[in-house]
Every structure is written in structure tokens, then in C-alpha cells.
Design a protein around this ligand. Structure first.
Ligand SMILES: Nc1nc2c(ncn2[C@@H]2O[C@H](COP(=O)(O)OP(=O)(O)OP(=O)(O)O)[C@@H](O)[C@H]2O)c(=O)[nH]1
Ligand SMILES: [Mg+2]
Length: 327
């Protein structure tokens, strides 16, 4: 495939066709575009969007070293055996995108290296965290359009940026480990609301039973969405034990959501959130541009000399902003 340099309509269409046909290079190029904020990405997504919506998006989150990558690897193997294709986006907001991180994941996911039914990509910060969340969403769309059946999005930790990223998933898995004392912390951080399934990984370790009990107890205090009670699943990433249970838990959640009309509801609310963010960001950018003009500065002088008021000036510029041509 020739690489589109100009970003013209025809080039973009060819590029999109490449992605729809599952061309790995076209997919990788697109994801790089999103990471760097290249405007061609937005055009590309316009062509791809009608072809998205079929993939099952699974968010996997948890503390560093909880075993997320190991579990995703296990799940990927399991799904490949069942004839399903898998996309994996490993998001690391703490460290910049480095060849090392990518290599690390490649090595860990080594068994899939030559399998065209698996696409693995590490995503890092190339700017602010909001940018990473958006790039991840767009990358997931590209994999979706390319026809991957299930897409795993792995994020570290329980911070705001991770919660943001989890807001694009159909199902969210929270991975905990015995003895780390993180159960209570996690509940404090309010991530419980976003988790649909709890995993106690490293179940080979002491304290796994207690952790399962603790989580189950705390879950009784909460009401899951539409009556869904999140299961607590034991896994051993190292041996692969529990992988089937985890996958069947995910399928159960998907079925439950669909049967209760929650699946589409959740997707609608994710889209609502996304559109809101796009509008907010655009408005802010337009405003900042206008604040840089001499007209703005001279109006400000008028307010300063009491010839106008802050509210009056704000009203004027607001109506200019929303009445203006925009973009
Ligand atoms: N004992 C034990 N160790 C495990 C298990 N699953 C994973 N590990 C080990 O835990 C370590 C971390 O595993 P990863 O899969 O890299 O964890 P992660 O959550 O992806 O880590 P980050 O992406 O760095 O946050 C590795 O050394 C794994 O071999 C398990 O079930 N039992
Ligand atoms: Mg990992």
C-alpha cells in the first residue's frame, strides 16, 4: 500500500480500505497518527466510523504488576483457539512511548508474533493524558473497523485517566492480587462503579480466599448496573488457570447487558461523553484563538476603564463564538 502523504480524499479512502481489509501496516500507521495528533486521523475516522461497532471492547485495569498483560495474553490464546480474532492496546500513561516498552510486550506476547488474527500495540503519552485517552479510543475504532472480534484495552492503575479510558469499554475487568492490600484502596478510589468483573489474580498466593471474600462482602453493599452483580473470578496468569472462567464471565456480562437493554445504553452514554469532550475542546480552542486578537485586547481595555463590564464583554464574545463560523 502506498502511504498517503497529502491526506487528500482519495488517499484517505485508500488508507481506510486498507484498514477495512485488515492491512496491518495501514492499521499501525493510523494508530501512530492518533498518537501524534495528526489531523489526517480525524478524516480517516470519518470513513471508518460506519464500519465500527461490532467488536467487543474489554477494559482491563489494575495496579502495576497485577498480571494484566499475562491475563490478556492468556485470554488472547484462548480466543484464538476458539477462532476469534483479538486486538490488544496496552496503555501506559506513566512512561513515554518507548521501543523498550513495545519490545517488552512483544516478548511477553511472543507466541502471537506471526499470527494475523492478533494485533498488539503499546500506546504511550505523546502529550497530555486526555490526548492518550482519545488516541486509545480511536485506535480501538481502527481495530474494530479492521474486523477484530474482541479488543482488550489494558491500563495501569486507578487514576482519573484510566477511568476515562475505561469509559470506552463494553466490559471492565479489575485485576487485584492477594496480599497487596489494594482492595480497600480501590474501593476508596471509587473504581468499583466502573468494574463489571473482579479478578483475583495470583490466586496461587496466600490470601486469595480472603481477598475474594472481602470483595464479595463489599460488593453486597453496591448495586451493579441494572441488577448485575459483578462476579469475583480467581485466576492464575502464570498457569492459565481461570482463563476460561474469566472469558465466560465476560460473555455472561455481555449477554446480561444485551438482554437488559444496557448494552446500547452504555454505548450511547459513551458516545455522549465523547461528543461532549470534542465540543468542549473545540470551543476552548476557538476561544483561546480569539483571546489572542487585538480586538479582544481592546475590549478588555474598555472593561478595565469601566467603559464595559466583564459580563457584558463575555456575552458579546460568547455570541461571537457560537454564532461564528466555527470550523
Ligand atoms: N505468582 C504469580 N505471578 C503471576 C501471576 N500472573 C502473573 N504473574 C507475574 O506477575 C508479574 C507481572 O505480570 P504482568 O502481566 O506484567 O502484570 P501487569 O499488570 O501487566 O503489569 P504492568 O503492565 O507493568 O502494570 C510477572 O512477573 C508475571 O509473571 C500469577 O497468577 N501468579
Ligand atoms: Mg502490563
Amino acid at each position: 500500500m502506498t502511504e498517503p502523504r497529502e491526506g487528500g480524499g482519495k488517499d484517505i479512502r485508500q488508507w481506510a480500505d486498507g484498514i477495512l481489509a485488515g492491512n496491518r501496516r495501514a492499521i499501525a500507521r493510523a494508530i501512530s497518527c492518533f498518537e501524534s495528533g495528526d489531523p489526517r486521523g480525524v478524516k480517516l475516522l470519518k470513513s471508518l466510523y460506519p464500519h465500527t461497532g461490532s467488536a467487543f471492547l474489554v477494559g482491563v485495569t489494575g495496579a502495576p504488576g497485577a498480571g494484566k498483560s499475562t491475563l490478556v495474553n492468556r485470554l488472547a490464546l484462548h480466543l484464538r483457539k476458539a477462532g476469534l480474532t483479538v486486538g490488544v492496546l496496552a496503555v501506559d500513561p506513566t512512561s513515554p512511548f518507548t521501543g523498550g516498552a513495545l519490545l517488552g510486550d512483544r516478548v511477553r506476547m511472543g507466541r502471537h508474533a506471526l499470527d494475523s488474527g492478533v494485533f498488539i500495540r503499546s500506546m504511550g503519552t505523546r502529550g497530555h493524558l486526555g490526548g492518550l485517552a482519545r488516541a486509545t479510543r480511536e485506535a480501538a475504532r481502527v481495530l474494530d473497523a479492521a474486523g477484530f472480534d474482541t479488543i482488550f484495552i489494558e491500563t495501569v492503575g486507578v487514576g482519573q485517566s484510566e477511568i476515562e479510558i475505561m469509559h470506552m469499554a463494553d466490559s471492565v475487568v479489575l485485576v487485584l492480587t492477594p496480599g497487596s492490600g489494594d482492595a480497600v484502596q480501590v474501593f476508596k478510589a471509587g473504581i468499583m462503579e466502573t468494574a463489571d468483573l473482579f479478578v483475583v489474580n495470583k490466586a496461587d498466593r496466600e490470601g486469595a480466599d480472603k481477598l475474594v471474600r472481602d470483595i464479595e462482602e463489599m460488593l453486597h453493599l453496591a448495586k451493579g448496573e441494572g441488577g448485575w452483580l459483578p462476579p469475583v473470578i480467581r485466576t492464575e496468569g502464570k498457569t492459565g488457570r481461570g482463563t476460561e472462567d474469566l472469558w465466560s464471565g465476560l460473555k455472561k456480562h455481555r449477554t446480561f447487558m444485551r438482554e437488559h437493554g444496557l448494552w446500547e445504553d452504555r454505548r450511547r452514554s459513551h458516545l455522549r461523553r465523547e461528543v461532549q469532550t470534542i465540543i468542549e475542546e473545540r470551543l476552548q480552542r476557538l476561544l483561546l484563538d480569539r483571546m489572542d486578537t487585538s480586538a479582544f485586547r481592546s475590549d478588555l481595555e474598555l472593561v478595565h476603564s469601566r467603559g464595559s463590564s466583564p459580563h457584558r464583554m463575555a456575552r458579546k464574545w460568547l455570541s461571537d463564538l457560537i454564532g461564528g463560523k466555527g470550523e
